[in-house]
Write a protein that binds this ligand. Structure first.
Ligand code: SF4
Length: 306
């Protein structure tokens, strides 16, 4: 079983992300064709203490008291759907007292029609919900939800959440070849996004071994060609086909020189110097741990400075 607090992992969407896993593998309301954790063993919509709350709080307390630990965001994610934990809101409040880093959650959106779940999600700095289909038939085929879930209720729940929340909503759409990449599904997704109005839309496709072989990736160029359909314009978060040699080798000295001029968030450092983002995060982690670079929080973002 995965540790309750894991990582930090280098994430293209979130930076250096320390994970919190509230569940036991694999507890989810869906059984997506593309799931990288494998088939769902506990398919449920029940909100309960899947892992004891005190155990989770203790693990957070221990890990976050480590003075050598460096991370940019704390992310609730892991072995299934985190909103299934009934003490989500309580655990979040506990974590907020222990860290000044932004706190994020990855959710499959399945319970977002519930007002108690909306209330819990509203307290996060960034909510990253997924929405892969806006047509019920495709939803059933791709996400294989607990019986009775309706995609129209989920879309409406996301709209309600977006209206109530003060943080950011970054909506992810996973496009799977031959399943939801046809004109009808895309048109329905575009309309759903217009209705929900997330702050960002992020397109992805299958990049790791999927739970079921039917889940096929679509080409990077195809994803890129779909970005303009969405409002706001979508971003592609699938990088597998990009050539590694298009990036410069990451240099600690260059990073330090840049940071003596101005504090920067990690993605700005990678962009400014033409580095691969994940490699940049690795070097930044080492620079912070050796005391050559420091961090400060400004407007809920981690800035590095030298
Ligand atoms: S919602 Fe996430 S964890 Fe659940 S089956 Fe789908 S991809 Fe896996």
């Amino acid at each position: 079983m995965r540790e309750i607090v894991f990582g930090p992992v280098r994430s293209r969407r979130l930076g250096l992300s320390l994970g919190v896993d509230l569940l036991v593998p694999k507890t989810c309301s869906f059984d997506c064709l593309y799931c990288e954790i494998g088939p769902t063993t506990q398919k449920t919509i029940e909100r309960k203490c899947w892992r004891p709350t005190e155990e989770i709080q203790k693990a957070l307390e221990v890990r976050l008291s480590d003075p050598t630990l460096h991370f940019e965001v704390l992310t609730f994610a892991g072995s299934g759907e985190p909103t299934l934990h009934q003490d989500l809101g309580k655990i979040l409040k506990f974590a907020q007292k222990l860290t000044d880093r932004p706190i994020c959650i990855l959710t499959n959106s399945s319970l977002v029609f519930r007002t108690d779940v909306q209330r819990d999600l509203c307290a996060f700095d960034i909510v990253l919900p997924s929405l892969d289909a806006a047509i019920q038939e495709t939803f059933l085929r791709l996400n294989r939800p607990v019986p009775g879930l309706k995609i129209e209720d989920i879309i409406h729940g996301l709209k309600m959440l977006r209206e109530k929340m003060t943080g950011q909503m970054w909506l992810e759409i996973m496009l799977v070849g031959g399943i939801n990449d046809n004109a009808q599904d895309l048109e329905a997704l575009v309309k759903a996004v217009e209705y929900i109005k997330p702050h960002r839309v992020q397109l992805n496709t299958v990049a790791r071994p999927p739970a079921y072989p039917e889940a096929k990736a679509i080409a990077l160029e195809t994803l890129q060609g779909l970005c303009d359909l969405f409002t706001p314009k979508a971003e592609v978060i699938y990088y597998k086909d990009q050539k590694e040699n298009q990036y410069r080798r990451v240099s600690s000295e260059e990073i330090i020189t840049l940071l003596t001029h101005r504090p920067c968030p990690s993605e700005e450092i990678a962009q400014a110097l033409g580095y691969d983002y994940k490699d940049t995060l690795l070097v930044l982690q080492q620079l912070v741990q050796t005391g050559k670079v420091k961090t400060k929080i400004y407007q809920k973002r981690v800035f590095y400075y030298a």
